[in-house]
Write a protein that binds this ligand. Sequence first.
Ligand code: C2O
Ligand code: CU
Ligand code: CU
Length: 511
Amino acid sequence: MLEKFVDPLPIMNHIQPTALINNQPYYEVTMIEMMQKLHRDLPPTKIWGYNGQYPGPTFRVWKNQPIHVLWKNELPQTHFLPLDRTIHGAGQGRPEVRTVVHLHGGVTPHASDGYPEAWFTKGFQQVGPYFTKGLYTYPNHQDATALWYHDHAMGITRLNIYAGLAGMYIIHDEEEQRLDLPTFPYEIPLIIQDRSFNRDGSLFYPSQPDVPVPGVHPSAVPEFFADTILVNGKVWPYLEVEQGIYRFRLLNGSNARFYRISLSNGLPFVQIGTDQGLLPSPVEVPKLILAPAERADVLVDFRSSDTDTMIMLNDAETSFPNGKKPDPHTTGTVMQFRIKSQDSTGSLSRIPSRLTSVPTLLEKQTNKTRRLILNRRMDWYGRHIHLLDNHLWNEPVSENPSLWSMETWSLINVTDATHPIHLHLVRFQILDRQTFDQNLYKKEGHIVPAGPRRRPEPTEQGWKDTVRANPGEITRIIVPFGPYTGLFVWHCHILEHEDHEMMRPYYVWPS
Ligand code: C2O
Ligand code: CU
Ligand code: CU
């Protein structure tokens, strides 16, 4: 087993614009294959990186300052991870290596959003049926928060992200600036991911499920939980901190693994923001749950620590929440913090008590309610697939809100695991969660609520773009649609589910 805490936490560099277009910053990012050291004792690992880095470089942008990015594919023509040709969009005739970049949480017009069928190959030699253009524009007309960019190519997203195609994208604004929160180097993105390795240091991704599927090889797996935890692309790293307050921008960038993190000496996290921006006021919690793609903006005050070192632990089950507990020696450990004796000079002294105002969206303000079942059935080969409201990806659009309308989406999860549901284009609020009688549903197919409606956790009471829809529960979200019309997607962010039919197009119509 790899020794823990022998490599310092890498901090991704900030990407710089190379030119201006209409006086707005222009960036170029090239996806290439690289060898990178992921642990002291591992030979270099083959990865795919944006600008040759895994994770990719961090964008730092300002609210209302649009930027342009040319995403270029210079990857080899063959995939180094097991490609399943039976998965929708990845069939024979499609190039093996296709990429398209999505800015997760970005309020982005369709043409720059990275629609899964808008993929392109090396040098734009081949493009998907929905390809719009190579140069993307991000308007950044949205509140300060941490977004992330990652690959979204139809049918191979799980492989492309696992290979390394993900990075952080941080939006700042004046309101946030006024709070005087810690800034770099006291503000640090932490991208948490799991990976498994072969002896030679190469990435391991399974080529078939535990029970092989007759006639399909390689075959997609129901979900993949790897056995080693990486933060910012290093296995079980350590970070030296000063005695002060740090701001961590946490992102779960894993394919399927959830995390429930805590600090070994009991030091709390003070959560100040969600996926889509600041919370109304800070929320102090001993543990934080992060589903794939969820982010948390947290402060940690290392002055109140009574130990010199502490470990970030994870005790989230796989599958979540009814599966096995992680092994404390491997996936139960995330990283280590070491406190230096010197005081921190660069960070703030006190945590502000008010952060921002978040208007509460009310159910009575919504124009429409959609009941959307999250369920499971078999595909052609006898494999389980998860579906959104019983529809396959290529069925006609069924979610078609009009511009500026507000809808309640009732996500009714009749499966036995949590699905993190993400909508492109919009931010939303969680209205409530309510259990229903699962036995009755199994017997008669009716959804009968069986408990009170519970408000979201205090750490979820802000704007979100990804919500945990727990098994046996109805999760209601209120979604204002806008500011753009056009074709977008919504999906489960467990990447193996997303690639295997748990994704749907949706269309915002002009009102
Ligand atoms: Cu983070 Cu549609 O994705
Ligand atoms: Cu997204
Ligand atoms: Cu799912």
